[in-house]
Design a protein around this ligand. Structure first.
Ligand SMILES: NC(=O)C1=CN([C@@H]2O[C@H](COP(=O)(O)OP(=O)(O)OC[C@H]3O[C@@H](n4cnc5c(N)ncnc54)[C@H](OP(=O)(O)O)[C@@H]3O)[C@@H](O)[C@H]2O)C=CC1
Ligand SMILES: O=CC(=O)O
Length: 335
């Protein structure tokens, strides 16, 4: 459920037919949050309408933002188009027709392709425009994209998000931003529509690094939790009781309470695809390598996610990593 309420100002030059599209939020408030009267940029683009991009774009649309969308698989844009979003056939065309363009892509390769490739967003950008990459990538990728965007005269902000499908639907994401400070201020009202908090962390690369550290911890936590669930069952405990015990103590985390019960049922409805968690661990390992920081727990967890991928679980939720441990038990029992 969206926590925000919006007040719209009717612009006299547009007909009632186009009112929704051209309504401009002049103020918005969330319970307990400071009310701001800043106006968001008027024409906003969104590239990448996947598990995260779809609800994020949806929230912008619901807030009355003039939104233009693009996705490699066009059909994923259709529900947003039905709700009033415009559609363009390439990232370049979206960027050319918008003041600010967001990108929410799968991984470093797709983020670079969409920003810098043939008909990529950079070709449609120029002075006065901004590009905000909210995908989870490594710092080097982000710097590469930043360089290409800035060579067009446009501004760049990296802004990966912490929070999964449900926080995205609820406008409760946490933005980890770095790059152009002015662009950060400009898009603040848009980030506030999609999220509950935002951090400005400095130079390009720092937002990516923060996101990778957070997801490195999360990936290891999930692997450790999986071991606990299976061990509890093997020694004759009820893993459902383990979930309850964990939820009341110092290691309580929403992730355990929400995903534990379905993991016990071997059910993994996808919120955060396992392939993306493994990508984040892989990138975190690279980050650690770059500063000679040992991260053996994360390295071990990464191996488990790789096993789960090889079992065909890439598109399941990352909690399906527990299956890799089941097959390991099977393996050692058979030896
Ligand atoms: N799901 C989650 O809980 C969270 C995910 N993230 C991060 O957000 C990003 C997106 O995740 P999510 O929405 O879950 O992932 P999805 O797999 O649902 O979406 C990925 C998006 O990238 C597009 N894409 C993939 N490859 C290419 C390519 N070569 N060229 C153009 N577009 C491409 C997909 O297009 P198409 O539809 O055509 O495949 C789709 O729009 C990832 O970096 C992920 O790590 C961050 C926080 C939470
Ligand atoms: O990247 C995943 C998340 O839940 O955050």
């Amino acid at each position: 459920m969206l926590k925000k309420s919006f007040v719209f100002q009717r612009l006299p030059m547009f007909s009632s037919h186009s009112l929704k599209r051209f309504s401009v939020p002049i103020s918005y408030a969330s319970p307990g949050a400071q009310v701001t009267t800043e106006q968001p940029p008027s024409r906003v683009g969104f590239l990448g309408i996947g598990i995260m991009g779809s609800p994020m774009a949806h929230n912008l649309l619901k807030a009355g933002i003039d939104l233009t969308v693009w996705n490699r698989t066009k059909t994923k844009c259709d529900p947003l188009i039905t709700l009033g979003a415009k559609y363009k056939a390439s990232p370049e065309e979206v960027a050319a027709s918008c003041d600010i363009t967001f990108a929410m892509l799968a991984d470093p390769q797709s983020a670079v392709d969409v920003a810098c490739g043939k008909h990529g967003a950079a070709n449609g950008l120029g002075p006065g425009k901004g590009y905000v990459d909210v995908s989870t990538v490594d710092g080097d990728t982000s710097k590469l994209i930043s360089g290409r965007i800035k060579s067009s005269g446009a501004s760049f902000l990296e802004a990966p998000v912490s929070g999964s499908k449900k926080p995205a639907e609820d406008g409760q994401l946490i933005f980890l931003t770095a790059g152009d400070r002015n662009l950060y201020e400009t898009v603040g009202p848009l980030l506030d529509i999609m999220g509950k908090s935002k951090f400005y962390l400095g130079d390009v690369g720092q937002g990516a690094a923060m996101k990778l550290v957070v997801n490195m911890i999360m990936g290891s936590m999930m692997a450790s939790f999986s071991e606990g669930l299976l061990l509890s069952e093997k020694v004759g405990l009820d893993p459902n009781v383990l979930v309850k015990v964990v939820s009341q103590g110092a290691i309580s985390a929403p992730m355990y309470s929400t995903k534990g019960p379905s993991m016990i049922q071997s059910n993994y409805p996808t919120a955060f695809p396992l392939k993306h968690q493994q990508k984040d661990l892989r990138l975190a390992l690279g980050l650690a390598e770059s500063v000679s920081q040992p991260i053996p727990i994360a390295a071990a967890a990464n191996e488990l996610y790789k096993v789960a991928k090889s079992q065909g679980l890439s598109d399941h939720d990352f909690s399906a990593v527990i299956e890799a441990l089941k097959s390991k038990f099977q393996h050692s029992e058979n030896q």
